[in-house]
Ligand binder design. Structure first.
Ligand code: BES
Ligand code: ZN
Ligand code: ZN
Length: 496
């Protein structure tokens, strides 16, 4: 889909729909909305008076053939209270407007920003909202006759003097949304179409196109490196594991700058292994590679945005299968770091593969670590599908990430990691065990396990098990993969 800036006066623009947004305040007909009211001979005032136009969050008011405008339709979207309005609201408004009109087979839209919003940030969030909203999970549908995707959006309300700022925001928004949709495409792939080998090939193709360095470790190399924790998960599958390493090196590295490692769990299917999962809903475990897909998407965006710091992305990928060769509860494994692990539950496999990936990222020179993983069902109990669970070993580094989450409108909530929780993973027969002993705090237990391998290197763990997949469509996003955490991580690296 095309999205471009058009600085011509909006009233005279021919489009299938002109969209703008209305605040919920004493008089919703103000500023640009009052301008449109004048052009349409008092139509909006009448709608406001009758109670049909209030500005309540995501209220839609659609007018056909509005007098005085060249557009075939006028769509007014409620923006809620003006004091609470921000980039995150505007992103949702743009996305929701697109999905509302797309359902009506509208192909071409003009999106008008309000009188104070003709700036770079607005252009960025509108592009992000619109491009993410246009994404559908219909790749494997052979009958495309219901395909309603929008062809083009014009961003309007910018003067010629504001054009440069608008273009800059649009470009950044496009890069970020396209990276997010790249991630969502990967997450959508079923496990028969996306094995660790295929994921590695797709990552390699992306890296080459983006101008990133890439190194794929195969099962032989993984064994040479003694990644015993990763191999223990992979041994149950006929599909060999891979470790995908993508590196971004800035043209002019800042002296003393951090080297950030982004580590993402990519279990292309998680049956649970011998500690097998129940059948009901198991199909969703194709999304157990969302952490890895997110990190690959972040790398793609960072290359396009020409980040100033070095970033190493490490994605351990495997299937978790039961079978004659699968590891069994009680098996003891030696991780790459040399630590021994008693695997009490083969379904707690994410932490095993992350352990070795983190050890490897440190060996490659990482000074700061972030991992993202669909790690635990327990994080869904704690935070539902609203917030990403954030765990951090270093508060300044964690605070930076939380600030980036705020700035990019992604909900994240910090969870505790007190030393007392270390007891939970203390091993009876090995150094550590991969699950706690039934004391609750499942998401924290998982994080404590990974922390063992991060050691003194500042580290953040994002548990995205509850947020990487939407079971229901939102007004601004299709149901299915969300691409959550990508915007935050791009922002974090760009701000480092
Ligand atoms: N991949 C799952 C976690 C998950 C759950 C992701 C729900 C997405 C939605 C993970 O590997 C897992 O199975 N975790 C276990 C850990 C337990 C055995 C300690 C869990 O959460 O039940
Ligand atoms: Zn599992
Ligand atoms: Zn898993």
């Amino acid at each position: 889909m095309q999205i471009k800036l058009d600085t011509r006066p909006y009233a005279g623009l021919e489009s299938e729909a002109l969209v703008t947004y209305v605040f919920e305040e004493g008089d919703p007909v103000q500023g640009r909305v009052a301008e449109i009211d004048q052009a349409t001979g008092g139509l909006l005032r009448r709608l406001a008076n009758s109670g049909e136009l209030t500005g309540k969050t995501l209220e839609f008011t659609l007018v056909h053939a509005p007098a005085g405008l060249k557009a075939a339709r006028l769509l007014l979207v409620g923006a809620g209270k003006r004091e609470q309005f921000n980039g995150a609201t505007l992103r949702k408004i743009a996305g929701a407007a697109l999905r509302h009109l797309k359902a009506k087979s509208v192909k071409q839209i003009a999106f008008l920003v309000r009188e104070n919003d003709a700036n770079e940030e607005s252009a960025q969030v509108v592009a992000e909202g619109i491009l993410a909203a246009n994404f559908e999970s219909d790749k494997y549908k052979t009958d495309k006759k219901n395909d309603k995707s929008v062809d083009g959006v014009a961003l309007v309300g910018y003067s010629d003097a504001e054009r440069a700022a608008g273009e800059k925001g649009l470009t950044r928004g496009r890069v970020i949304a396209e990276a997010q949709n790249f991630t969502r495409d990967l997450v959508n792939e079923p496990s028969n179409k996306l094995t660790p080998k295929i994921l590695a090939e797709k990552a390699e193709a992306m890296a080459r196109e983006a101008g990133l360095a890439v190194d794929i470790l195969d099962e032989k190399k993984i064994a040479e490196l003694k990644m015993g924790a990763l191999l223990s998960v992979a041994q149950g599958s006929v599909e060999p594991p891979r470790v995908i390493v993508v590196t971004y090196t800035p043209p002019n590295p800042k002296p003393g700058a951090p080297i950030v490692a982004l580590v993402g769990k990519a279990v292309t299917f998680d049956t649970g292994g011998i500690s097998i999962k129940p059948a009901d809903g198991m199909e969703k475990m194709k999304y157990d590679m969302a952490g890895g897909a997110t990190m690959l998407g972040v790398m793609r965006a960072l290359a396009a945005l020409k980040a100033a710091v070095k970033v190493i992305c490490v994605v351990p990928s495997t299937e978790n299968m039961p079978g004659g060769k699968a590891q069994k509860p009680g098996d003891i494994q030696t991780a790459m770091s040399g630590k021994t692990i008693e695997v009490l539950n083969t379904d707690a496999e994410g932490r095993l593969i992350l352990a070795d990936a983190i050890t490897y990222a440190k060996q490659l020179g990482a000074t700061h670590l972030v991992d993202a993983a669909t790690l635990t069902g327990a994080i869904v109990v704690a935070l539902a599908n609203i917030n990403v669970g954030v765990f951090g070993s270093d508060q300044p580094w964690t605070d930076k990430l939380l600030a980036s989450a705020k700035a990019t409108g992604e909900k994240m909530w910090q969870m505790p990691l007190d030393e007392e929780y270390r007891e939970f993973i203390k091993g009876a027969v090995a150094d550590i065990q991969n699950i706690g002993s039934g004391k609750g705090g499942g998401a924290i237990t998982g994080a404590m396990f990974i922390k063992e391998f991060a050691g003194d290197t500042p580290w953040i763990h994002l548990d995205i098990a509850g947020t990487a997949w939407n079971d229901d469509a939102k007004p601004w996003l299709a149901k299915g993969p969300t691409g959550v955490a990508l915007r935050t991580l791009v922002h974090l690296v760009m701000a480092s």
